[in-house]
Write a protein that binds this ligand. Structure first.
Ligand code: SF4
Length: 331
């Protein structure tokens, strides 16, 4: 597959312009009765203007509970679709339609149907990084946090089709060797940025540091896979949610933490634990799709009601079944 990543714009504004745009956005949000949700991987100034910042499951829950008329979703397309599935009566706006996901793009609904035909008795499990049309073809949706619980909830005699993340699928195979699991060969382009050697170099440069791995997105699943393989000694490595990471920075004595996931999450961690030092495992681990949304895009989304994300009712209802099963099993 050829990737067409959006170009990450240099910041088109200075501090004063940022503050002015943020004030304008908050005023527009109040006027239009909108809530702004931002993913942890968004640009810092977009995170700062949001009403809530979190991972994709956390933001899905915020969307489902929203009382406002409009949800401005600063994340990628499949996440805005999930918000629409969970909050069908709300207007969901994605500020830039270029905010896609290379992992979600590796499989279409038609390909899932074809795969299921080849394995008619298997149960289809898909990572949350999939389009609503793909989710509508699944039995279960999962996150990297609850994937093993989902697998364990499926009767032991059933084969499993796992999609689209090959590293998370390989991790499942390794952790549940007695299960019959077919894996789709999809991957996220940010994988390339967080490799074991790069991570080890960051550790060597920061003696006494601890490593925090956030298994939110495809960018961390390769590390999970390599760790299970024994390539990376588990000492000093902690796999945690965003809130879990913050708790760890308080519980552990280290002053410096190497953060092995997309670099955008460091902004939030630094705000929540300002006395600690956070070093990206690899500065190149940036998701170009996440970073395509600017403050100007957020303002224009509210001004011009763009770009509205819709999911056809039939797809929405089927996708919701798979998502509800994921939420019921926790994350
Ligand atoms: S980091 Fe990878 S999996 Fe996550 S949104 Fe970006 S392209 Fe998709």
């Amino acid at each position: 597959m050829t990737l067409h990543l959006p170009v990450i714009d240099a910041l088109p504004y200075n501090d004063h312009e940022i503050a002015t745009l943020q004030a304008e956005i908050r005023a527009l949000a109040a006027e239009r009765n909108a809530v702004i949700l931002a993913h942890n991987y968004q640009r810092a100034e977009v995170q700062d203007v949001a009403h809530f910042v979190g991972d994709s499951l956390g933001l899905s829950r915020k969307a489902a509970a929203a009382t406002e008329d409009i949800i401005v979703f600063c994340g990628v397309h499949f996440m805005a679709e999930t918000a629409k599935v969970l909050a069908p009566t709300k207007t969901v706006l994605l500020p830039d339609l270029e905010a896609g996901c290379s992992l979600a793009d590796t499989i279409t609904a038609e390909e899932v149907r074809g795969w299921r035909k080849q394995f008619p008795d298997y149960v289809a499990v898909g990572y949350v990084n999939t389009t609503a049309a793909v989710k509508a073809e699944l039995d279960y949706c999962c996150t990297s946090g609850n994937v093993l619980e989902v697998i364990d909830a499926i009767p032991a005699d059933k084969g499993i089709l796992f999609l689209p993340d090959m590293f998370l699928g390989a991790h499942v195979r390794r952790m549940r060797p007695d299960r019959n699991v077919e894996v789709w060969m999809g991957e996220c382009h940010v994988h390339a940025g967080i490799d074991i050697d790069t991570l080890q170099a960051a550790r060597d440069a920061n003696p006494g540091s601890e490593v925090l791995v956030h298994p939110e997105c495809g960018c961390a699943s390769r590390l999970l896979y390599r760790m299970a393989d024994g390539d990376l000694p588990p000492e000093g490595i902690h796999i945690a949610s965003t809130e879990g990471m913050i708790n760890l920075t308080r519980e552990l004595d280290a002053d410096t933490f190497i953060v092995a996931t997309e670099t955008g999450i460091i902004h939030r961690m630094q705000q929540m634990a300002p006395e600690k030092r956070f070093v990206p495992a690899d500065r190149a681990a940036e998701c170009a799709y996440m970073k395509t949304i600017t403050l100007v895009d957020v303002r224009d989304a509210l001004r011009l009601n763009q770009f509205e994300i819709d999911v056809p009712t039939e797809v929405r209802e089927r996708a919701k079944l798979a998502i509800d099963r994921m939420v019921a099993l926790g994350a």
